[in-house]
Design a protein around this ligand. Structure first.
Ligand SMILES: [Zn+2]
Length: 95
């Protein structure tokens, strides 16, 4: 029901890109991006992101694995630090 596009409306730009918006909304958005370079650039950037998501699945999976490895490394650092107690009593519940 929204016939006026608000400049910088990211969700509306995404729905425009994916052909998910109503025809009147689509007209409002296409009319706006024709005169607004900011939103036109945003639309291009969103389109590039969509193509990257479609094409770059293997690198994304590698990135996720690299993140998981880094997270595991951080956990090891945390556990080694917490095992060193300043009071050195070693009693349970010692902070
Ligand atoms: Zn705009």
């Amino acid at each position: 029901m929204n016939e006026t596009f608000i400049c910088g409306d990211y969700e509306a730009l995404v729905s425009y890109l994916y052909d998910e918006c109503a025809p009147n909304e689509r007209r409002a958005i296409s009319g706006h991006v024709a005169i607004c370079s900011d939103c036109a650039e945003e639309l291009v950037a969103l389109g590039a992101t969509r193509e990257q998501l479609a094409m770059w699945t293997p690198p994304d999976a590698q990135l996720l694995r690299a993140r998981a490895t880094r997270a595991a490394g951080r956990n090891e650092l945390n556990s080694s630090r917490s095992s060193v107690c300043p009071c050195a009593s070693g009693s349970a519940g010692c902070q």
